[in-house]
Design a protein around this ligand. Sequence first.
Ligand SMILES: Nc1nc2c(c(=O)[nH]1)N[C@H]1C(S)=C(S)[C@@H](COP(=O)(O)O)O[C@H]1N2
Ligand SMILES: [Mo]
Length: 424
Amino acid sequence: MTKKRIQLEQITGRLSRRAMLGGAATAVVALVQTASGKTIQQGVSISELLPDDPTKQIGTLAGEVGTRSAFEKVVKKPSDISSRSPLQDFYGIITPSDLHFERHHAGVPAIDPAKHELLIHGLVDKPLVFTVEDLKRFPSVSRIAFLECSGNFRSGKETMSPQDICGLTSQSEWTGVKLSTLFREAGVKSNATWFLAEGSDAAVMTRSIPVKKGWDDAIVAYAQNGEALRPEQGYPVRLFLPGWEGNTSVKWLRRIELSDQPFMTREETSKYTEPIKGAEPVRRSDGPGKYRQFSFDIDARSIITFPAYPKTVEKGWIEIRGIAWSGRGKVARVEVSTDAGKSWQLATLQEPILDKAHTAFRYVWNWNGVETEILSRVTDETGYLQPTLNQLFAARGDTISYHFNPITAWRIKSDGSVLFKPEP
Ligand SMILES: Nc1nc2c(c(=O)[nH]1)N[C@H]1C(S)=C(S)[C@@H](COP(=O)(O)O)O[C@H]1N2
Ligand SMILES: [Mo]
């Protein structure tokens, strides 16, 4: 085996698998040192290790699972409690499952699917316990929809990417059984107006959900993008509530209790409520003010993902790209401004335009090289128009809280650099 041949296997096979764990640059050093038992070269770029002509040697053989190219360093950014999807690196509208954002209140539990059960009880004719296999025997549904955390807005500095600003949204094709199917099976009583969804993680996440949502489009999901749910997304079963704040899509779902009133859990009283202006003080630390509770719908939002920090552009034709979505239905229209909001033009929506789903938009622009600001704003099919940051502050007081979906502006500097504009 030639040196080049060894190197090729390192690049296309084991290396790229390592790259997913540790990042491409470090992986090169680590593997080159160990794979053949001796050090070939350290700190070498992947490109230098590749054969000059890929048609002159047989490539790596087929494997058990595919890998991402070692050239594609595309990663979530983890903090202790969440990790954010790299929106600026995506194409189309489906989030690769390993790049779906994560938000865990007490980590990812390790659950044996053979032992996992879902109990439905309370105001029902007959309480039932389902195993995962039981759930899979019911007629299944699949739908493409986004999942967004209602705490999905960060601001503060110019050097923030779409991932930093609003990476707590992702989109998958979710597959499972309709909750309405299970409701019918258990015989939900007519006086049941709410249900509790409970997770089997150490947070024992619980939320009260109006029963109407359960009859309407709630899914007890066991699959995501063609495979079983990822542990991070709630393996083996999660609740999925299309268009509703991510917190209500309870992961590792183990219990549903029907009731005639909400349960007033921690996550719907002390958390996941928004201050209302006019009932000052609005900061929780200042004592009691007025808060909006059970704000389930995700308000329509859009963001330009290119050009956006940290990318740079050159004078001339630029295809402005982004995504828009609404928890209340389809995206009706996206407008783009290339003159700091003075005038707005219609962007082209990319099919498919799905209900409660990230929808891609594009707008072709000829940049004259003069410093400017670019923005996008969405209108959904209910007529709701994405607000400005100032409008949100006016309605909620000047603290950033849940359900913050402001129009996002990017400054294009004359040198082609692109910076987030944090101030209104
Ligand atoms: N059991 C349980 N369910 C949960 C959570 C949790 O911590 N535990 N986090 C919630 C929150 S706040 C959000 S935004 C979504 C995140 O889903 P994801 O991690 O699949 O992106 O799950 C929700 N469901
Ligand atoms: Mo969340």
